[in-house]
Ligand binder design. Structure first.
Ligand code: SAM
Length: 273
């Protein structure tokens, strides 16, 4: 019989954030595939678990996933863990999971901590629909495409970012989002856990003093903002007609157009006398 591949979530800071089931699985499997064996050893020592560790990280995923598949095909049960949180979420895992599924090996998720979910749920920003983009690419073209996606998204956006790159990312975001509301979640589950609920400019003023692991939650484009952008792309006449069809009086229409376009209402009034 083939073994089972367990995808086990581990804490993102506070070691108490590991489930009873995760501990049971880590104790019972034949081996643990770990992103960084030294990091995982600290966790295992804390819980007095002793298991053979197999290194499985981004740079050996291809070779190591074949070794893991062989073991699984021979009936061994394997737990896959990353340094912190949920494997496969901006962490290695995808490759061995894909191969296991091809080999008809049972893949079982063991739920637990995931930084982005915890940042989102306490952010106060809309959780109904969200778009997790992971780390923004460094390649200029790809980054530009992602920034455009963020600019046009009416869903909440979640970004992971290295602390030393956060300032640069916020500067790029300010260029397209101006002062959209964002939440920076820092050091989740650790002593210095903090949520900064600010607009981008205010956050930029504070960023130099902030340390530790960080996530950025960005409020989606509001319906009103989307409508405004669409209206502003119309000719003045069509913009006028849009409000006229809603039964509004000339004075009110001019007021609204001026507000949508952020211009003085006399300027619009002069166009319609
Ligand atoms: N697999 C992990 C998960 O489930 O969230 C994510 C791993 S990814 C390589 C590391 C990034 O996750 C960090 O750069 C940071 O953006 C975010 N992160 C991880 N732990 C965090 C924490 N305790 N507080 C804030 N952000 C954290």
């Amino acid at each position: 019989m083939k073994g089972i591949l367990f995808i086990v979530a581990t804490p993102i800071g506070n070691l108490e954030d590991i489930t009873l089931r995760a501990l049971k699985i880590l104790k019972e499997v034949d081996a643990i595939a770990a992103e960084d064996t030294r990091q995982t050893l600290k966790l295992l020592n804390h819980f007095e678990i002793s298991k053979p560790l197999i290194s499985y990280h981004r740079h050996n995923e291809d070779v190591k996933s074949n070794i893991l598949i062989e073991k699984l095909n021979n009936g061994e049960n394997i737990a896959l863990v990353s340094d912190a949180g949920t494997p496969g979420i901006c962490d290695p895992g995808e490759e061995v999971i894909e191969k296991a599924i091809e080999e008809k090996i049972n893949v079982v998720p063991i739920p637990g901590a995931c930084a982005m979910i915890n940042a989102l749920i306490a952010s106060g920003i809309d959780t109904k629909e969200f778009n997790f983009l992971g780390f923004l690419p460094l390649n200029k073209k790809l980054r530009k495409e992602k920034l455009r996606e963020i600019e046009n998204s009416n869903k909440t956006i979640i970004l992971y970012e290295a602390p030393h790159k956060m300032k640069n990312t916020l500067e790029d975001l300010r260029k397209i989002l101006e002062n959209r509301k964002v939440v920076l979640a820092r050091e989740l589950t650790k002593i210095h856990e903090e949520f900064l609920r600010e607009n981008i400019s205010t956050l930029l003023e504070k960023i130099d003093d902030l340390k530790g692991e960080m996530i950025l939650i960005i409020e989606g484009k509001k319906e009103k903002e989307i409508l405004n952008n669409k209206l502003n792309e119309l000719t003045l006449e069509k913009h006028y007609k849009y409000y006229e069809e809603q039964g509004l009086e000339k004075k009110e229409i001019i007021k609204r157009i001026a507000k949508d376009r952020n211009v003085n209402k006399n300027e619009i009034y002069m166009k319609f006398i």
